[in-house]
Design a protein around this ligand. Sequence first.
Ligand code: NAP
Length: 285
Amino acid sequence: MILDGKALAAELRANIAKRVTALRAAGHRAPGLAVVLLGSDPASQVYVGSKVKQTEAAGMLSFEHRLSAETTEAALLDLVARLNADPAVDGILVQLPLPKHIDSSRVIEAIDPAKDVDGFHPVNAGRLATGLPALVPCTPRGCVLLAKRARADLAGLHAVIVGRSNIVGKPLAQLLLQENCTVTIAHSRTRDLPAVCRLADILVAAIGRPRMLGAEHVKPGAIVIDVGINRVPKDEGGTRLVGDVDYEAAAAVASAITPVPGGVGPMTIACLLDNTLMACERRGA
Ligand SMILES: NC(=O)c1ccc[n+]([C@@H]2O[C@H](COP(=O)([O-])OP(=O)(O)OC[C@H]3O[C@@H](n4cnc5c(N)ncnc54)[C@H](OP(=O)(O)O)[C@@H]3O)[C@@H](O)[C@H]2O)c1
């Protein structure tokens, strides 16, 4: 079974657009998402462009702040403070990575947790870890929704997540615990990674290394979720996107697998729109 993230994300976006229409019909203003981008990194430009387009397509307002790579940390913190205070803004997203002269943690901590639609603020991370309502990071939410397409009830399954970042691996572990999975997190110091991965009923790769996991990492019948997005050279020139999983090798052993592109990637923006709508509803303003 190919877990089609493009189709599932389109379903989610259509549902969000309906909810936005209903909210507006009830006399509420449109939810607003502010996106802040520093510099001209080509991948970030593409992400921000898609976010703006899909926000508007869902009937929400998009506030774009494209700043130069030389913007000072003080100026960025000042912008975040203004967005925190702006009643038309429900969600604030500062596109990462930030230029080296800026402390990302300080910027993330400056965002009002109620508007932290990326779910990276320590308050939201702590709320997620303690089972309180939280704004949850978008990519891990997308992973869980895709896994549930393969099997509606994940309870009792052993999930192995390779990668322990704050934006993917750790929050995903919390979400899968909430689904009553048994969760193992592997990383660069894990011993005998193939043997650990072969324990997985759900194997998630969030590593950032092209096609690192092959057939020897996959238990027959496992659900494989590939978060990796890596640009590699093509034999015939140019580049293409591949995941952290060797798709053909793993697909021959797995029961369900996400492709790259078209798997986890499209789910991330759909979950971002859902978080923005949720933040708007919770603020009630
Ligand atoms: N689809 C999307 O929307 C989306 C969103 C976010 C990220 N991504 C992609 O997902 C991938 C991971 O992103 P990230 O931000 O989580 O990366 P990250 O912060 O660089 O973390 C990578 C993790 O992989 C582990 N790792 C590295 N080499 C390993 C090895 N040889 N064996 C086992 N573990 C290893 C690292 O272990 P240590 O902790 O020990 O160093 C680390 O925990 C990237 O390809 C990124 O582009 C996609």
